[in-house]
Structure formats: C-alpha cells, structure tokens
Design a protein around this ligand. Structure first.
Ligand SMILES: C[S@@+](CC[C@H](N)C(=O)[O-])C[C@H]1O[C@@H](n2cnc3c(N)ncnc32)[C@H](O)[C@@H]1O
Length: 323
C-alpha cells in the first residue's frame, strides 16, 4: 500500500466516528509498504498489510465471506478469469470485447482531486480514471481481485490464464500502454458498507454494478454520500438491477417490484433518480444528473459461457454548494 493511501485511512470499525489509523511499517520498497499493520488508537483493532495490500475491512461483516466463497464467488479462479477478460479483453484485441470501461470513464470531466472506485474488481476503471484525476483508489472485498489489480500497477504488465472450458486454460500476456498513471493508483481490500475514508475526501466516486451485490444497498449509497465532496464532485452510478435474494433481502431492494408498502419506485433506475434528487435524505446535497444511458457489458466465464448485461448509468454532479 502506498504511503499516500495510508494517510487517508480511518477505522472502519469505529464508524460513524472517523478515527485516523496509525501506520506501523515493517518492510517498504520505494513508496510502497510491503508488510506492516494499521492500528486504530481508539478501538485498538489492527488491520494487516501483507504483500503490499492493506485489508481494512470491518471485523463483523459476514456478507464478505458469502460473496467471495464457492465456485462462483468473487475469489474463485473462474471469476478472476471472467473479470480479467471483461476488464482487459479489448486490449487482447478480442472482437467480442466491449468498450464499457472507456464509456464509463469518459463520462468524468478532468478533475482536481482524488477518485474512488467502489467494487473495483481487477481495476480497469481505476486505471482509466488515473488519466483525469490526481489519484485513484480502488476498493473491493475480493482479495483475489485486489491482488491481481495490485500486480498490474506494480509490474505494468499482466500474465493470466483464461478458462477455455473446465480445467483447460489459455495463457495471455499484456504489456500496458502509456497514458495510465500507475504511481497514482492503488488498491485495498475494504467494504462498501464501511468505507475506511474520511467524510468528503473524494472528488469523484464510481459504483459500477455493485448496488445489487451488497446486503444493504441504501447504506452503500449513504457511504458514497459521506465520502463524496459536497461541491465540485461527481458520482458515477451504474447497475443492471438484477436483484438477488442471495445478496440482499427483497425488503432492502430499491426496485424490482417491491410490494405495495415500499416507498421506492418499482424500477431501480427510477428510485436512483429520486435518490439523486435528494428524496429519502441519502444524497445531501443532491446530485444533478449530468448524463445517463445504458452501457452494454459482458462477462466471459468460459469460451462458450457468456453473460450479456445492460447496465443503466447515471452521472450525478454537485457544483457550487449554495448552502
Ligand atoms: C458485479 S462485480 C462489478 C465489478 C466492477 N465494478 C465492474 O463493473 O467490472 C461486483 C464487485 O463488487 C465487489 N463487492 C461485492 N460486495 C462488496 C462489498 N461489500 N464491498 C466492496 N466490494 C464488494 C465484488 O468483489 C465484485 O468485484
């Protein structure tokens, strides 16, 4: 973990109090802490740094284990292969690749300040955001995804195995182009529901295809509001709204029909528009919708097994805070 990231971190277990973590470094190379610990001076909890990666997730978060485990969990080799293709398939010059990450990142204006990508997976959007932000942090609860993302910024090239079928894999190598500012990007393991960052620390926040994957979608959005600057800031939200009881209880969904007593709209994108406008008190100040649309995105699980996904996006802006 880079030193500039350590300076931003607070204790996720002490939220809503924002207690800065203290760094105890044991081994470093250049600006990167290889081994060490982050410690909370208030609750005494320690968060390890191993192999250059800090794990700053709360102690009690059983949803992390359930999202990551099993053959289709986010730590599984199948998912690593699937997301590496999704994020970097265009650089393999695979004609079936989409340009989803470029579309998402192009919606951001060049901005002074830092960006945060929540649920960053193997990090493509963070690399793109490094072109128009001072610094970028990607957070994810999958240690396997974060390890690969970190390897990319350290080596500036990538070796990986794509699953063809079953245990048959095909090796790939990518050397990354100029234009991404690798030194200004870093990745940590952290939870979207207890972000280890101070209030108003980020000029831009992205939350792409994660809303339906967390047990408390509204709490995730409240965390976005907490860390996003109250003025001169942007929030890029995108989701297919494929609500799934395996991740969240239907009464917590922000769309998908609900029942007659739900305060939310039947369609998730309509609820999100209302939330951006300040309804339900989550986004304060509200976000003005600067652009919106559909992004076509694919996940390649094996050579013959694909998921085709339409992700609906809203880019919300806060300009000058009149309050
Ligand atoms: C559907 S994937 C989307 C990944 C990436 N944003 C993209 O669009 O390519 C959902 C991501 O959210 C991560 N995730 C799930 N629950 C999370 C949580 N509570 N906090 C942070 N990340 C989480 C998963 O590990 C996975 O990388």
């Amino acid at each position: 973990m880079k030193h500039w990231v350590a300076k931003k971190l607070i204790c996720p277990d002490c939220l809503p109090e924002e207690i800065p973590l203290e760094l105890f470094s044991r081994q470093e190379a250049s600006d990167d802490i290889i081994e060490g610990e982050l410690k909370c001076p208030a609750c005494g909890r320690g968060y390890p740094i191993r192999n250059r990666i800090a794990r700053v997730r709360p102690q009690k978060a059983p949803w992390i284990q359930s999202a990551n485990s099993g053959k289709n969990g986010y730590n599984a080799p199948l998912m690593l292969s699937a997301y590496l293709w999704s994020h970097f398939g265009d650089l393999l010059e695979d004609a079936r690749a989409t340009d989803a990450y470029r579309i998402w990142s192009n919606s951001f204006q060049p901005t002074r300040g830092d960006a945060l990508d929540i649920g960053c997976a193997v990090g493509r959007l963070c690399l793109e955001l490094s072109k128009n932000h001072d610094r970028v942090i990607g957070v994810d609860t999958s240690a396997a995804f974060i390890a690969k993302a970190k390897e990319i910024i350290c080596r500036r090239e990538l070796d990986f195995d794509l699953i063809v079928e079953g245990h048959l894999t095909q090796k790939h190598h990518l050397k990354f182009k100029k234009g991404w500012h690798f030194d200004n990007v870093d990745f940590i393991v952290a939870d979207a529901l207890s972000l280890p960052f101070r209030r108003h620390d980020f000029a831009s926040v992205a939350a792409i295809n994660i809303l339906e994957k967390v047990p408390e979608p509204l709490r995730h959005l409240a965390e976005v509001n907490r860390v996003l600057r109250p003025e001169q800031s942007m929030f890029l939200f995108s989701d297919p709204f494929s609500w799934d009881e395996a991740f969240s209880a239907p009464e917590r969904w922000l769309g998908g029909g609900n029942n007659g007593s739900s305060p939310y709209s039947k369609r998730g994108i309509d609820t999100m528009r209302r939330l951006f406008a300040g309804e339900f008190g989550v986004f304060d100040p509200p976000l003005e919708i600067a652009s919106q649309g559909d992004v076509f995105w694919k996940i390649r699980k094996t050579e013959n097994l694909w998921e085709h996904i339409t992700s609906q996006f809203l880019l919300g802006c806060r300009r000058i805070n009149s309050g």
